[in-house]
Design a protein around this ligand. Sequence first.
Ligand SMILES: [Zn+2]
Length: 273
Amino acid sequence: MNKYFRYPVEYVGISQRYKTGKHLGLDFGWNSEYLPMKIFAASEGIVKIADYGKAIGWYVVIFHGTKDGKDIYTQYKHLESRPMVKPGDSVTMTTQIGIMGATGTECDGRHLHFDYIPIPKDKPFDQSYRINPENYLYAYSDIVIGKKGQDGVAINHVDMTVSEGCKIKVEEPKYTTTYTVLKGDTLYKIAKSYGMTLDDLLKMNPDIKNPNLIYPGQIIYISSSEKTTYTVSKGDTLSKIANRFGTTVSKLVELNNIKNPNLIYPGQVIKLK
Ligand SMILES: [Zn+2]
């Protein structure tokens, strides 16, 4: 049944990792700009529990079938309100199960605590089998967020500052842009033009199985955080460039001593940091 597990929330970072004996799940942070943060099932399965617990607040447990002699469960804690699914419901990765919240006495910051729980077949559900979810999840480079004023901007999951306990300190996400492959492009050429290595580019595009096989029109995910300068192309505007590299027009104007922000020309080299 279950092949893949996907990050259960979009455009947020990890605010606390799994730590043996200390924190047996993975916390996803919150960026107020995107409220309400939808939570999805990490993979297809059947809802086993949708309930309220004093410590963990509103929560959902999903059963994903049996694999290698283990019954696989995922758990989602501190939901904002009563879950949007009920026991017995079938879910897929596109099923919203709730909204990120801060319910329960265990935590005092809005976030999702996520657990991955493989339990020896036919044993009862037991929290103590929780293991590090990160070994079983893949990031969702396949989700593109159309943010107002930013064409095709995707925001990959990013590490946020790990905070004390469950209090969440959310940092600005790193912006990622997309590039549409043109005739004659190679992955190496694309990586180079964005100041990335081919390896880094492939890491951001796990769907590409054969690096020598890309096609015009294909969308490639690009990290824009490494680049320090950018050469203006025809049709660029400062705001487009600022969006692409996760900065602001006023920062670019200041960095580059630009007199008139509406006047840039192809071939001009713009400092990004
Ligand atoms: Zn947690």
